[in-house]
Design a protein around this ligand. Structure first.
Ligand SMILES: NC(=O)c1ccc[n+]([C@@H]2O[C@H](COP(=O)([O-])OP(=O)(O)OC[C@H]3O[C@@H](n4cnc5c(N)ncnc54)[C@H](OP(=O)(O)O)[C@@H]3O)[C@@H](O)[C@H]2O)c1
Length: 290
């Protein structure tokens, strides 16, 4: 039996992995949440990683409060960056492969074509900056790491845009939603499945675990406005959704106007097939309605 350590098992992505983890035969899973492993506690991280011969660590922890991070960068940095130094250092000593998740917010959003892994990063805010620092800390401390940058994550778990738009759409007759930020919504269940598929691909051949940064989102692009229309259409919500500009919805952290990720590398390297965001949205909403 091989061993996987899943850290951050009760976030959106962690919860989706928990749902499907047993579909991967031949692996024992150990899972942690902040309640039994605070990734900012260096000694505890060391102890946990040293406790078993883990083959993989999947890190789903993050400080994801994008606006709050602007006034609380120390906490954001501790979770998103310094903890990656700890995870990277102790996993490297034990020869453990790491799969970590990062964000489209490492880019400033001024591009007009999808970002590749080689595009220069330039985060707009504290969240993106600390996530970028975490990428660098992990790559530096454990050269056997895969980092999956993703975007606009939602799921049936936790709080997210899909749930908010369903709630607001039911409560209000009219809603203004930003139309000048373009990205790719990503169903966390698809990302979780992609992580499982990467592990399966590498199962019998370690050389297939090619370290580095990869971009993963669902196929297709949308503005938040388009995304909201689709959510309401699928849920049969009749709310008058109006397109508004970013300047009319100021937030403490500036968002990238364009953050579409080019997924060619992850598809070619691991043979992944990625669903279109609209199909995945239907699946998520069907699960939410159950
Ligand atoms: N959400 C998005 O739209 C989005 C977009 C692009 C990329 N990403 C990235 O995708 C990954 C997964 O995101 P997600 O949406 O699943 O995040 P999430 O739902 O916010 O989950 C993050 C988890 O990390 C935990 N955590 C926070 N601080 C911790 C600490 N000190 N020690 C241990 N656990 C801690 C949180 O616990 P508590 O809830 O108890 O604090 C939560 O369970 C993250 O790397 C994120 O940066 C997310």
């Amino acid at each position: 039996m091989k061993n996987i350590l899943l850290i951050g098992a009760d976030g959106q992505l962690g919860s989706e992995l928990m749902k499907i983890k047993d579909s991967l035969s031949g692996y024992n899973w150990e899972t942690t949440t902040i309640k039994n492993l605070d990734v900012c506690d260096k000694e505890k991280v060391k102890e946990k990683i040293n406790s078993k011969p883990f083959d993989y660590i999947i890190n789903c922890t993050a400080y994801t409060a994008v606006d709050k991070a602007e006034s609380d960068i120390d906490t954001a940095r501790a979770v998103n960056a310094t903890a990656l130094e700890y995870i990277g250092t102790y996993s490297s000593v034990n020869n453990i492969k790491v799969i970590h998740v990062s964000t489209d917010y490492v880019f400033d959003g001024t591009a007009h074509i999808p970002y590749t892994e080689d595009t220069a990063t330039k985060p707009n805010g504290a969240y993106g900056l600390t996530k970028l620092e975490g990428e660098n800390a992990l790559m530096k401390s454990n050269s056997n790491s895969i980092i999956l940058r993703t975007s606009w994550l939602y799921s049936e778990f936790g709080n997210n845009f899909v749930k908010t738009m369903i709630k607001l759409g039911k409560e209000r007759d009219e809603l203004g939603v930003i139309y000048d930020q373009i990205g790719s919504p990503t169903y966390a269940a698809d990302l979780a499945q992609a992580i499982m598929n990467i592990i399966k691909v590498c199962e019998n051949d370690n050389s297939k675990f090619i370290p580095g940064i990869y971009h993963y989102s669902n196929e297709g692009v949308a503005s938040w406005y388009d995304f909201t229309l689709a959510i309401h259409e699928i849920c049969n919500i009749s709310c008058n959704v109006k397109p508004i500009e970013t300047k009319d919805y100021p937030t403490p952290a500036p968002r990238p106007n364009y953050s579409v990720l080019n997924k060619g590398k992850v598809k070619n390297t691991f043979g992944l097939e990625i669903p279109h965001w609209r199909e995945s949205l239907k699946k998520c909403i069907a699960r939410l309605s159950q």
